[in-house]
Ligand binder design. Structure first.
Ligand code: GTQ
Ligand code: FE2
Length: 357
């Protein structure tokens, strides 16, 4: 078909064939329903049991060395079983468990995807982030912002396990991967241990620093002791209707999320507490820090206990139940909410909002 062809000589079918050969697609041929009324996703709500994952990680520890002679990282990714093979945990987030055995060093590298780490078990280990050794003790949150050097060292006597959450799928969807290995293997410390905690950790009084504009928190370690003390201080307040006593880890200068792509939270569910159901477009990865309970997701109960990991895709109804009469439950979570807010795509509704709508 040439451009000089008489229009009336052209059938619609021939036109379709012709334009498709010219890297053009008629929108009217797209299947009905490509533009759905609400988000539709193959990703499903899912729970991974800590007991089983921990056992698998110890097997990986026995089979696979880490460091110069082995793998760069000993990591099992939480793959969402609802999505096609190779899918991450939620559409924009990849969660994983990482294990470093005593005496091991995982070499330093940096990449455009950002990571957060939440320590599950072990001590006397550190992650060196841009030259700052960040101490890893259970319940600590450690940030590895985009393009920050990071390597892991376990100088302790036992294994250290932590939860990784990265924005790899988001960065991949935009074709924005950059990656570099450190020329020295493990980057040598260039700052005092937990230097950023000493400088920025007091929160309400901060140095007059000029920060880069990228939006990453300059505070790299949020210690468990602080998170637990803040939850305790607010444990008898009414809390959030959907999440009970809910705290967001914040960038000390902006009060916003710790990184542009991920926000981290910690929440406490009191004995016998049941929250109201809501749904939001942000997807969430939960890690159970303490206690046991149930999250009811679109009517299906996912029960959980300490160490378990839950993935919730966006726009699913969910409510949390701590049925224990005498024990608190604590959930750590990471979500892509800052991305959706920045793009004007964040929506949230409660059951009451939708009544009669
Ligand atoms: O520890 O540097 O789970 O680069 C995935 C990619 C952890 C890490 C992951 C990584 C790391
Ligand atoms: Fe990494």
């Amino acid at each position: 078909m040439t451009l000089s062809a008489e229009p009336h000589a052209l059938t619609l079918e021939a036109f379709h064939t012709a334009v498709r050969g010219e890297a053009l697609e008629p929108l009217w041929l797209q299947p009905d329903g490509a533009m759905t009324a609400e988000p539709v996703t193959p990703f499903c709500p899912y729970r991974w049991r800590w007991r089983a994952v921990r056992e698998r990680m110890l097997q990986a520890g026995a089979l696979l060395p880490v460091g110069k002679e082995g793998a760069a990282r000993r990591v099992l990714i939480f793959r969402n079983p609802g999505a096609p093979r190779g899918a991450p945990t939620t559409p924009p987030l990849g969660a994983a468990i990482q294990l470093v055995l005593p005496g091991e060093q995982a070499p330093s590298h940096r990449h455009s995807p950002a990571a957060i780490r939440f320590i599950i078990e072990g001590r006397d280990a550190c992650t060196i982030v841009d030259g700052e050794p960040c101490t890893m003790t259970p319940g600590d949150l450690i940030l590895t912002p985009s393009w920050a050097w990071h390597g892991h060292v376990n100088a302790g006597a036992g294994p250290i396990f932590w939860l990784d959450v990265l924005d790899v799928p988001l960065v991949a969807s935009l074709y924005q991967f950059f990656y570099e290995e450190h020329p020295d293997g493990l980057e040598a410390p260039r700052r005092a241990p937990d230097a950023s905690l000493a400088r920025y950790g007091a929160g309400i009084l901060l140095p007059q620093d000029v920060l880069p504009a990228h939006g990453d928190s300059p505070l790299l370690r949020y210690p468990w002791a602080v998170a637990e003390a803040r939850l305790r201080a607010l444990a008898d307040t009414p809390g959030d209707p959907f999440d009970s006593v809910l705290l967001t880890y914040t960038h000390p200068y902006t009060g916003g999320p710790v990184m542009p792509t991920m926000t981290c939270r910690i929440q406490l569910l009191r004995p016998g507490e049941r929250t109201r159901a809501h749904r939001h477009t942000a997807s969430v990865v939960y890690h159970v820090v303490r206690g046991r309970g149930t999250t009811i997701v679109d009517g299906t109960a996912l029960d959980w206990e300490a160490g378990d990991v839950l993935a919730l895709p966006g726009w699913v109804w969910h409510e949390h139940v701590n049925a224990a009469p005498d024990a608190e439950a604590i959930l750590f979570s990471v979500s892509d909410e800052p991305v959706l807010r920045a793009l004007g795509l964040y929506r949230e509704e409660s059951r009451a909002d939708t009544r009669g709508a």
